[in-house]
Design a binder for this molecule. Structure first.
Ligand SMILES: [Zn+2]
Ligand SMILES: [Zn+2]
Ligand SMILES: [Zn+2]
Length: 90
């Protein structure tokens, strides 16, 4: 993806991670963390974040796995939304 992430306002693919304030999503009364659980290699081919533990894909990334259903987040049907959506500036 190219452009600014609507949730962290950072440039994709330059930013190393989406804001960690955006890591929690809420669905059906439960809170799930979107933060990566382990280190990967390099950067996400879609949103450009560094694949390191604790980082968060930008919203809408094709490679993010939904923490609820384990399907690709952008095509899954979980009714989830961001908790603590607070825009911030770098
Ligand atoms: Zn972002
Ligand atoms: Zn990504
Ligand atoms: Zn899902």
């Amino acid at each position: 993806m190219i452009g600014k992430c609507m949730h962290c306002n950072r440039e994709m693919p330059a930013a190393k991670s989406c804001s960690r304030d955006n890591r929690n999503i809420f669905s059906n009364g439960w809170i799930y963390s979107r933060a990566l659980k382990k280190n990967g290699k390099g950067r996400c081919p879609d949103c450009g974040i560094e694949l390191r533990r604790g980082n968060v894909h930008h919203w809408g990334c094709k490679f993010e796995i939904c923490p609820i259903c384990k399907e690709p987040m952008h095509s899954c049907h979980c009714d989830a939304f961001l908790l603590n959506y607070i825009p911030e500036r770098d």
